[in-house]
Design a protein around this ligand. Structure first.
Ligand SMILES: [Zn+2]
Length: 306
């Protein structure tokens, strides 16, 4: 088996453009201003930049980068593809420092790439969990330090994360929550979970009233050291806790200093890798392809971008 890293689009700018073009323009180059592909030609010659086309409608040149995040960056497209692959395939993530050293780009560029790639991993929230009465595990965790809260005992001064895992589709969705109260999390759960679903939570006090609004609610009593309900073996939150353990190891090892406003982006990253993991049938390369789709899917039109 050939190394994935030997693929030409990771090393050759021409091949990197061709790779991205095939995905953005499956039916041939499209002028971003005129939105037409009939009167478009590829420009050649030594002095022409890689991937430049000319539109004979508006008489302006363009590349596949126009209107995408790639346009606002001077980093070579082949290095963007390397960064996408690295972030998509490493279970615990890749720090800006690591990207800087591995790709040979400045630390500032590495930060920019990392955060834009994370942005592309953001779930559009369109898939609602628990379809057909499936089980959805919900749990909360505490991480780092919330700069807006006084340091104290317990977890009040930490940042609070709520995660949902659909046990059937095996996808995860997480968000930062200001306060772990019933009032705060009920609207989040209602927006992301079908009423026909069966919730699975621990015995935390905010869940019973929320659980009443769903078809079922299984509760496992962690304070009594119960991890799987003895009465019903399907009642547990072990899946979502498994998700937290990957997330926490990644945050500790890779992203030590994470502020409040970046935490949602990191959660998108861990959710994305979890939802498209090998165990869900995605190879590293397929996961990177999904990520690239997210980047071009967040593509702006010429009018809104300028
Ligand atoms: Zn045009």
């Amino acid at each position: 088996m050939a190394s994935i890293l030997s693929a030409p689009y990771f090393h050759n700018e021409e091949a990197a453009y061709a790779f991205v073009e095939r995905r953005i323009w499956p039916n041939g180059a499209v002028c971003p201003r005129c939105n037409q592909s009939d009167r478009v030609g590829k420009m050649g010659g030594q002095s022409t930049r890689t991937g430049t086309y000319k539109c004979y409608g508006c008489r302006k040149p363009f590349t596949v980068k126009v209107g995408t995040v790639f346009e606002s960056s001077h980093v070579h497209l082949r290095l963007w593809l390397q960064a996408i692959f690295l972030i998509a395939s490493s279970k615990k993530g890749i720090s800006a420092n690591q990207l800087h050293r591995t790709l040979g780009i400045t630390l500032k560029s590495a930060w920019f790439l990392g955060h834009r790639i994370r942005e592309a991993m953001k779930d559009d929230g369109l898939i609602v969990f628990g379809r057909g009465g499936g089980a959805v595990e919900i749990d909360e965790t505490y991480i780092g330090r919330d700069p807006f809260k006084k340091l104290g005992r317990g977890s009040q001064h930490k940042m609070k994360v709520l995660s949902l895992v659909d046990r059937h589709t095996r996808r995860a969705r997480s968000m930062v929550v200001d306060k772990m109260t019933m009032k705060n999390i009920a609207p989040i759960i209602k927006a992301n979970v079908f009423a026909e679903a069966h919730l699975m939570t621990d015995q935390a006090p905010m869940y019973p009233k929320i659980g009443d609004q769903f078809a079922g609610h299984g509760v496992v009593n962690h304070s009594a050291k119960e991890y799987v309900s003895a009465a019903d073996r399907t009642v547990h939150t072990n899946t979502v806790e498994g998700y937290f353990s990957v997330f926490k190891r990644g945050m500790k090892g890779t992203y030590q200093h994470c502020g409040h406003n970046h935490l949602n982006r990191y959660l998108s990253e861990f959710d994305f890798r979890y939802s498209y993991r090998v165990g869900n049938g995605y190879s590293d390369l397929e996961r990177a392809e999904m990520l690239l789709k997210g980047i071009v899917g967040k593509r702006l039109t010429y009018q809104t971008a300028h």
